[in-house]
Design a protein around this ligand. Structure first.
Ligand code: BGC
Length: 346
């Protein structure tokens, strides 16, 4: 320790000051770091939390092992309600000549390859809608325009199948419907089938497209017949049968070529099985029939009364189990499955 000039004293003091500042900084850093660790453990004691500033991998680990209450649970779907809250009752139907397929596709973005399923609940039934068809494109467009929103309001899991008869032999509605049933079951085990004419549009969505304990006839009234049941045993236009009911009657007969009789034949099959035919209330089972002239290739079947007489004898051999056909194509279009089929000729 010798003599220290005033300059030397100032330098010494400066050194102590720098040392003091350094020690205080280290102390502050230690306090901050340990404080954070304690804080994170105490706020989330259920999870393994490792916290260190700037450590990306550890941040990731924290997110993988986060406590369950920090993850958004996938909402569990419940059964759709007994009565859909989306039903609107009677609606005015529109048949705009300017309507295009593209418009209907745009309106039904939730439909994929003809299939729809409610996103927020589990549908009460899975239903295949089968439409026998040949050269009725305009009717089909109106049908799709009305039926897709109608079925969605009923909260159904459904698909629309259009079964096209190839060639120009006489039309056979019943055989096409048998084909539709057999082909649709290759896609999915549909529990309910709706056999539907393309020119009939339901007016009221309380007319439910679901199957019941007994086969159901849905067209109680249409505009063309003053909304009165055509005749007591009428079973045509639109009918609903479960997969099992239709199987039990061996489907439709394959032998009705041209217009008429095949629906009466189905009624006889149903009655032979001691099933009843049920109908919804007349106030809701109302249809608008889109006007058309008789199609060429679908002339009145003059043989239908004779055929109806033999139904009790032949139904076991003539039906689903004898339906021979050749599938030419299955096109999964945005709004329906298009099945083109060669069903032969009379
Ligand atoms: C025919 C049925 C048809 C009904 C209504 C009956 O004579 O046999 O096939 O559905 O008329 O038009």
């Amino acid at each position: 320790m010798g003599f220290c000039s005033p300059v030397c004293k100032t330098l010494r003091r400066g050194k102590y000051f720098v040392l003091l500042v350094l020690s205080l900084s280290v102390l502050a850093w230690i306090t901050t770091f340990s404080g954070e660790t304690v804080k994170s453990v105490s706020t989330d004691s259920a999870s393994t939390q490792i916290i260190a500033k700037g450590d990306g991998l550890r941040d990731k680990f924290n997110s993988w092992t986060a406590a369950p209450n920090r993850v958004n649970p996938t909402p569990q779907k419940v059964k759709c309600p007994q009565e859909s809250p989306l039903l609107q009752g009677a609606r005015k139907l529109s048949f705009e000549s300017s309507l295009k397929l593209k418009d209907v596709e745009t309106e039904n973005k939730a439909v994929t390859e003809g299939v729809y399923e409610p996103s927020d609940c589990i549908a009460r039934q899975s239903v295949a809608i089968l439409i026998p068809h040949r050269s009725r494109e305009r009717h089909l467009l109106y049908f799709l325009h009305h039926l897709h929103p109608f079925l969605q309001r009923q909260q159904l899991h459904y698909a629309i199948y259009v079964i096209q008869q190839s060639g120009d032999a006489t039309f056979n509605r019943a055989k096409l419907l048998n084909v539709g049933y057999l082909e649709a079951l290759k896609d999915y085990s549909w529990e309910c089938f709706i056999f539907h004419d393309v020119d009939l549009i339901p007016e009221n969505d309380h007319n439910l497209y679901v199957c019941d304990q007994h086969p159901k006839h849905l067209v109680v009234g249409r505009n063309a017949t003053g909304y009165k049941l055509h005749y007591k045993g009428y079973f045509g236009g639109v009918t609903a049968m479960t997969k099992d009911q239709f199987f039990q009657v061996n489907g439709f007969s394959n032998t009705y070529w041209g217009w008429g009789g095949e629906d009466d034949d189905l009624r006889i099959r149903v009655e032979l099985q001691k099933m009843k035919i049920i109908r919804p209330a007349a106030a809701v089972a109302r249809y608008t029939m889109v006007f058309h002239k008789r199609d060429s290739g679908n002339e009145i079947n003059k043989d239908r009364m004779r055929l109806l007489g033999r139904t009790p004898k032949v139904w076991r051999k003539d039906g689903l189990n004898s339906c021979s056909y050749k599938t030419l194509s299955v096109d999964r279009l945005p709004l329906y499955v298009n099945i083109t089929v060669d069903i032969g000729k009379p």
